[in-house]
Ligand binder design. Structure first.
Ligand SMILES: C[S@@+](CC[C@H](N)C(=O)[O-])C[C@H]1O[C@@H](n2cnc3c(N)ncnc32)[C@H](O)[C@@H]1O
Length: 443
């Protein structure tokens, strides 16, 4: 460590402020003994540790010894600032968790042990803070995290265990109807206006699957029939979400079936809002290799069809107000944004606090990481996190969900968990319905 010449004396982080009592104690001690522990600076003169000491020394006109911590990158500087803060001060449990949460928001890809080592806290604490932040979308649920050695490893995550009574289990079994057959033939046999929400992840064209390969033309025929059939069984305020994974004809030339389908469906019925799903832990495909030079395909389409006033419960999917909203004072001065609109930041933040959260964007960030437990024998399973989010947002209480391509039943389980009174799954393959049945029975 060495002393430096050019200094800015700005703290690298806004850390929890000292209480008035702590501040008075520190001031009295500095007045009596001077600064005993040097403050720590970055190479460009920002304060890593000792902001309060520096301010008090300046107020009292006392010299303040300094040391410089060289050779750290920005992430390491900020982590060090947090760790020294945790080590030096008598922080309460919530304040410690707050600092861990800040670190996870900044470096969600660090493993729990790496964050724990950087901040000097227990890795169980980091795991528990991560569990609080992931479901709210504040940090992504990553399939892999990077350890201290720089290696990526599958993220370890506690799987929530649900204990159900035999009565509850029986009620779930009785609420489930599994129908074997081609959904084009089954849909017309269901009563009209009897379903509240349809969520499905259909097969995709020109993809080899255990359950077959379809041409784009055959796929469009299938989906036209399915959308028309589904529309008839929905109640007036019901809606339908179709999950689509865009694909390539060859590298550098995309297929356009997902665009054609969305356009057809929007004209035939009505697109409520364009909705996307960003999968941060999507697997790199052939297009991402060195020669092809494309980007990782990580966005799926959620084609949301229904009447303009279809049921949705945005309050159920609000994100908790972020740290800047809850802790920083924002002036209410009008601000001009680059789009030319004027916004009042203070009012925006107050609204978020009154509402109890901020409105999620129409591109959901949901990792595949957690998968769909119990569905391992199905080749193309929909992650539970996606099914759960859609049910939370679009399924009214005690209502009916239908999945015309239900496979191993992920959407059905999510709807049962969300309190559906009935779930109906259709699939052409008996063995997949068997998996769905096992999963429902397992509770
Ligand atoms: C992508 S998978 C659905 C996965 C499901 N969401 C899950 O989590 O297991 C598509 C499913 O559609 C089924 N399928 C394909 N064509 C069908 C048809 N015409 N009628 C009913 N099911 C069909 C396949 O057997 C397959 O299980």
């Amino acid at each position: 460590m060495k002393t430096i010449a050019k200094k800015k004396y700005q703290p690298v982080l806004q850390l929890p402020p000292l209480s008035a009592e702590e501040l008075a104690g520190l001031r009295a001690s500095i007045r009596q003994h001077g600064i005993l522990v040097p403050i720590m600076l970055t190479e460009d003169g920002r304060i890593i540790d000792g902001n309060n000491r520096k301010q008090i020394a300046d107020e009292l006109g006392i010299g303040c010894p300094e040391v410089v911590q060289p050779g750290l990158d920005e992430e390491e500087i900020r982590a060090l600032a947090r760790s020294l803060n945790i080590a030096r001060r008598q922080l309460g449990r919530e304040q410690r968790r707050q600092l861990v949460a800040d670190q996870l928001r900044e470096t969600p890809g660090w493993s729990n042990r790496r964050v724990a080592k950087a901040l000097g806290v227990d890795h169980h604490t980091v795991a528990s803070v991560r569990l609080d932040l992931e479901p709210t979308g504040e940090i992504p649920q990553l399939g892999y995290t990077t350890g201290l050695d720089g290696k990526d490893r599958p993220a370890t995550r506690a799987v929530p265990i649900v204990h159900r009574s035999p009565v509850e289990r029986q009620a779930r079994i009785e609420a489930t109807q599994l129908i074997h057959g081609d959904c084009r033939e089954v849909l017309p046999t269901l009563p009209a206006a009897s379903v509240d929400l349809i969520v499905c992840d259909p097969p995709y064209p020109e993809v080899d699957r255990e359950y077959g390969r379809m041409s784009e033309a055959a796929w469009m025929d299938l989906m036209r029939a399915v959308v028309r059939g589904c529309r008839l069984v929905l109640r007036p305020q019901g809606s339908m979400v179709v999950l689509l994974q865009p694909g390539y004809e060859r590298i550098g030339r995309m297929r356009t079936w997902h665009l054609e389908f969305a356009l057809w469906a929007a004209k035939e019925w009505s697109l409520v809002q364009d909705l996307y799903w960003h999968v941060p832990d999507a697997f790199p495909s052939a297009g991402t290799d060195r020669k092809a030079g494309l980007l990782k395909a990580s966005v799926k389409w959620l084609v949301w069809l229904g009447p303009a006033d279809c049921y949705r419960d945005r309050d159920a999917v609000l994100r908790p107000p972020s740290e800047p909203v809850t802790t920083r004072q924002r002036p209410d001065d009008p601000r001009d944004s680059p789009s030319g609109r004027t916004r009042r930041m203070g009012r925006m933040h107050r609204t978020a606090l009154e509402r109890g959260g901020t409105v999620p964007p129409n591109c959901l960030i949901l990792p595949k990481g957690g998968g769909s437990p119990g569905s391992e024998d199905h080749p193309a399973v929909t992650p539970m996190a996606q099914c759960e989010w859609l049910c939370k947002y679009l399924l009214p209480e005690k209502s009916v969900l239908l999945d015309p391509f239900c496979g191993s039943g992920s959407t059905l389980l999510a709807a049962l968990d969300a309190g559906a009174s009935r779930v109906i799954g259709i699939d052409r393959e008996k063995k997949y319905l068997e998996i769905a049945r096992r999963r429902v029975e397992a509770g």
